[in-house]
Design a protein around this ligand. Structure first.
Ligand code: C2E
Ligand code: CA
Ligand code: CA
Ligand code: CA
Length: 277
């Protein structure tokens, strides 16, 4: 048994070493990718399904590797968060989204530009200064910037989180709670935190047609948003049935493959011409 125990220790440390090596490689690759401009920002339209117009877009980062293939953020965002590289990466995304947003505004479309911000990125000391700087540089109307954060912001220092959210509001931008209903769900924060939008998580949208309790959760979120005067966005809408159900519940703003996939900025130009003109 002793022998076995020793082997197990060796086995685990080899595994840990592999994980650390992979982590280091990833860190180097992200850093090099930033230097070599391998990251790009794609956008997924958000539609007012009743009015049939695009009312906003969500910026989603993509990594084009040396082979020209797009790498999913699910693969590199966690590593970027752990290494702190999410800060320069997030700054790049925010700046690019504001540049593209400003262009769409100048073309005459009043779109909200939603940008995902990681908790580590938001809680870092310079976030508000960076946001201000980007608003100044790009001359975007800050009322059209929507910062998407997850409920995990509440797992940490809630007082600090509140201060930062209030500062985002002072800059003029708005705040959306992403993946709403999946995380740390305290209802009192919704009342006291400066939040403007709830995004119903795609898991509820997906399951609401088959599972009564998911349908009930969606109904409850819609009611809650109404009574707290929050805007609502449903994400991950893939079928007409889902869209009709959401409309019936009073949720008009939707995002999902049924309407459009994330796409490069130039394709958004075309999508807007076809849809909103
Ligand atoms: P998220 O913020 O919840 O973004 C929604 C994800 O769902 C996106 O995946 C989007 O492409 C996908 N999606 C949209 N419509 C549908 C649909 O109808 N069906 C299904 N099955 N999926 C749909 P994506 O682009 O792979 O991003 C994954 C996650 O990576 C995001 O989830 C977000 O948490 C993170 N992420 C993406 N870009 C950024 C960024 O710039 N900064 C940070 N911090 N995180 C980001
Ligand atoms: Ca999001
Ligand atoms: Ca989401
Ligand atoms: Ca998500």
């Amino acid at each position: 048994a002793k022998q076995e125990g020793r082997n197990r220790v060796r086995f685990f440390s080899a595994e840990i070493e592999d994980v650390l090596k992979a982590h280091l490689t990833m860190t180097r690759q992200i850093r090099a990718g930033l230097e070599d401009h391998e990251f790009e920002v794609h956008y997924q339209p958000k539609l007012d399904v009743r009015k049939k117009i695009v009312v906003g877009v969500e910026a989603l980062v993509r990594w084009r590797n040396q082979d020209g293939q797009l790498v999913s953020p699910a693969y590199f965002i966690p590593a970027a968060e752990q290494t702190g590289l999410i800060i320069p990466l997030g700054k790049f995304v925010l700046k690019q989204a504001c540049l593209d947003g400003k262009k769409w505004h100048q073309m005459g479309y009043s779109l909200r530009i939603a940008v995902n911000v990681s908790v580590v990125q938001m809680m870092e000391g310079a976030f508000i200064a960076t946001l201000r700087e980007i608003v100044d540089e790009t001359q975007i109307d800050p009322r059209f910037i929507e910062i998407e954060i997850t409920e995990s912001i509440l797992a940490g220092d809630a007082t600090k989180a509140q201060t930062i959210l209030e500062a985002i509001r002072e800059v003029g931008a708005t705040v959306a709670i992403d993946d709403f209903g999946t995380g740390y769900s305290s209802l009192t924060y919704l009342k006291s935190f400066p939040v403007d939008v709830l995004k119903i998580d795609q898991s509820f949208v997906r399951d609401m047609m088959v599972d009564r309790s998911d349908a009930g959760i969606v109904e409850a979120i819609v009611q809650m948003a109404k009574s707290l005067s929050l805007r609502l966005v449903a994400e991950g809408v893939e079928t007409r049935d889902q869209a009709d159900t959401l409309l019936g519940l009073g949720c008009d703003i939707m995002q999902g493959y049924l309407f459009a996939r994330p796409m490069p900025a130039s394709q958004i130009d075309e999508f807007l011409t076809k849809n909103n003109d």
